[in-house]
Structures are given as structure tokens and as C-alpha cells.
Write a protein that binds this ligand. Sequence first.
Ligand SMILES: Cc1cc2nc3c(=O)[nH]c(=O)nc-3n(C[C@H](O)[C@H](O)[C@H](O)COP(=O)(O)OP(=O)(O)OC[C@H]3O[C@@H](n4cnc5c(N)ncnc54)[C@H](O)[C@@H]3O)c2cc1C
Length: 213
Amino acid sequence: MVVWAQTDDGVRGFLVPAGTPGMTATPITQKLSMRASIQCDVVFDGVRLGPDAMLPAAMGLRGPFTCLNEARYGIVWGAMGAARDSYEAALAYSQDRLQFGKPLAGYQLTQEKLVNMLLEIQKGTMLAYYLGRLKDEGKLRPEQISLGKLNNVREAIKVAREARSILGGNGITLDYSPLRHAANLESVRTYEGTDEVHLLVLGQHITGLSAFR
Ligand SMILES: Cc1cc2nc3c(=O)[nH]c(=O)nc-3n(C[C@H](O)[C@H](O)[C@H](O)COP(=O)(O)OP(=O)(O)OC[C@H]3O[C@@H](n4cnc5c(N)ncnc54)[C@H](O)[C@@H]3O)c2cc1C
């Protein structure tokens, strides 16, 4: 387990091997989101580690933020993957499902939903691509990652929910992916910086005023 902890020398990172005496990790069950991955309730009680457990180069908050920035950048893409899969499931379904003798895809209301999904997927993917180019050039700034994570997750969850509506009653079953994506994206809104925190990062960036506290 990678643990970031406050020390006399500021925040430092520690590698805590599974089975270390005093450490317990109890899986959190009964989740409605991210059900395929395990999160644990972690307790440290009198845990002792040798000096080699400390990450030598990570000093201060820069260490965890560097990790978070990598994960957040990945989410900018991942959210669009979930949105695209939802859209493709809804598009395929709407082309097959007949109502009054014609595919759902042939109705204007369905086309509006599909086109609006497509617009957000294309915009979000282009944003991810642009941020990736900046990253390759070593120019990607944390507030730009906040912009990508906040926007792409927020839009992806809207796309997944709209896709579910095209699937009608079938959309609430495990046979189709959009509602699963929407449920998982609820977690993604929260981890790696909540929507609110990314919004405040951007608010601070454009106003120069911190509203975190
Ligand atoms: C599936 C999943 C996996 C996770 N994996 C990890 C992991 O591997 N490692 C890890 O360390 N954590 C992990 N987390 C925890 C996650 O990082 C936290 O849940 C998240 O940071 C929010 O913290 P919290 O749950 O304590 O909510 P809180 O901090 O209590 O926040 C609750 C609400 O209040 C808002 N809020 C809080 N403070 C402010 C403020 N100052 N201004 C405005 N609004 C505010 C938040 O945005 C949120 O909407 C995971 C969470 C999930 C769901």
C-alpha cells in the first residue's frame, strides 16, 4: 500500500507491505458503484516501518500531487471511453428496436439525443487529445488537468444516462453497459479530486482567490 503521511519533515510517501503488523484492510462491500474493484477500510495501529519503506525522492505534497495528476489525466480519457461505449450501445439498440414499424433511430427525439451525445464525446475526446499533446511537450498544468477531468466526467455521466434512456426498460438490466458506466462514473466524480474540488481549482485560477476554506 502506498501511504502519504504527515511527518516532522512534511508529507512523505511510504510503502506498507500487505501483512505488516498493525495494518488492517477490510474490504468495503455493498457498493453501488465500481463493484468490480475492491476498496478497503484501512486502519494503522502501532505500525512500525524501516527507513527503506520511505520513498526517498518524494518530499512534501508534490509527491502525492504528481501521482494524482497522472491518474486525473488518465481519467480525462477514460471518461470519454465510458461515454463512447454508452453512445455506441444506444446507437446500435436504436437501429434495431422498432416502434410503430420504424427504428427508434428514425425518430427525431432519438436523433437529438444521439447527436448531443456525439457532440460531447467529440469535444471531450479532442480536449483529451489536446491535453495529451501538452503533456508530451511537458507543458500540461494542473489546472488544465482539472478542466479536463471536471468536464469529461461530468459530460460522460450525462451521456451514459441519456444512452440508458434510449434503451428503455432494457437499459436498467446488466445486459447493457450505459447504466453500469453511469454508476461507475459516480465514483469517478468523487475520486482523484471531486467535481467540487476541481471547480475550486479552476475558480482560484481564474479569479486569483482561493475558496477552498
Ligand atoms: C471507488 C473509490 C475509490 C477510491 N480510491 C481511493 C484510493 O485509492 N486512495 C485514496 O486515498 N482515496 C480513495 N478514494 C477516496 C476519495 O479520494 C474520497 O472519497 C474523495 O477524495 C472525497 O473525500 P470524502 O469521501 O472524504 O468526501 P468529503 O471530503 O467529506 O466531501 C463530501 C462532499 O463535500 C465536498 N467538499 C468537501 N470539501 C469541500 C470544500 N472545501 N468546498 C466545497 N466542497 C467541499 C466534496 O466535493 C464532496 O462533494 C476512493 C473513493 C472511491 C469512491
